[in-house]
Design a protein around this ligand. Structure first.
Ligand SMILES: [Zn+2]
Ligand SMILES: [Zn+2]
Ligand SMILES: [Zn+2]
Ligand SMILES: [Zn+2]
Length: 234
């Protein structure tokens, strides 16, 4: 697949930037805020990415990993309560935490006791049909922020076109055929696919949503920020 144009809006000024530009842009706001209202409280700017999709989060240092897990599930992931885990890349003990057993760091650990600027975390949702996410600690600020997780930006719905006609926005995925061939369809092409694919008619039709979990395990979209969770409009 060719790389899709990915862009996001800034929560502070509502301007739109490219995937690359939005991180730098948010940094200028956050640095200014830190200068104007310094605090002993720590706040973490995290970038979560999956292919062309991204989330920029501002997270209070007292937040627990479990709460970040909950946020990611609500916006991008939750289908039927699968296990999930965090793992810090290249850290010597290189262990995962979350899901069943906790070792060392725990889901109940506060992020300020674990995270440092530049750290990369490998997050996984569902150890069967896994949706992996990369989390990067972009920066750490001395800043008083809202409790928990604040969404600073996310990619707007990607311009995904129908794999058949290549003209109209794709609105539905065949979650079975996608393993064999490109299977994202516009409404008209979906009707045609229905005639040749009994699975699609029965259960395999899955909505295109603004999440890396789309088309997997019957995922039908998030429960927060739902207005940006739809399909791309031409
Ligand atoms: Zn801005
Ligand atoms: Zn599921
Ligand atoms: Zn089509
Ligand atoms: Zn199919």
């Amino acid at each position: 697949m060719t790389r899709l144009q990915s862009e996001g809006k800034c929560i502070f000024c509502n301007e739109t930037f490219s995937d690359k530009g939005i991180g730098r842009h948010l940094t200028t706001h956050l640095k200014k805020m830190e200068k104007e209202q310094p605090s002993s409280n720590q706040a973490f700017h995290l970038k979560v990415s999956a292919g062309e999709m991204f989330l920029h989060l501002l997270v209070d240092g007292n937040t627990k990993f479990r709460e970040i897990d909950g946020f990611l599930r609500a916006i991008w992931l939750e289908c039927c309560g699968h296990l999930s885990s965090f793992q810090i890349k290249k850290k010597r003990y290189n262990i995962r935490w979350g899901g069943g057993g906790d070792f060392g760091e725990k889901m109940s650990s506060k992020i300020s006791t674990v995270l440092e600027k530049g750290m990369q975390i490998d997050y996984r949702y569902d150890f069967g049909s896994t949706t992996p996410l990369d989390i990067k600690v972009v920066n750490v600020y001395s800043l008083k922020v809202k409790k928990g997780v604040t969404l600073l930006s996310r990619n707007e719905p990607l311009p995904i076109l129908c794999d058949i006609c290549k003209q109209e926005p794709a609105v539905v995925i065949c979650s079975i055929c996608i393993y064999e061939e490109a299977s994202m369809f516009c409404e008209d092409c979906a009707k045609k696919h229905e005639q040749t694919c009994p699975d699609f008619e029965d259960y395999a039709a899955s909505d295109v949503v603004n999440s890396p979990r789309m088309g997997v395990c019957g995922y039908e979209g998030g429960t927060i920020d739902t207005e940006r969770d739809g399909v791309w409009k031409k």
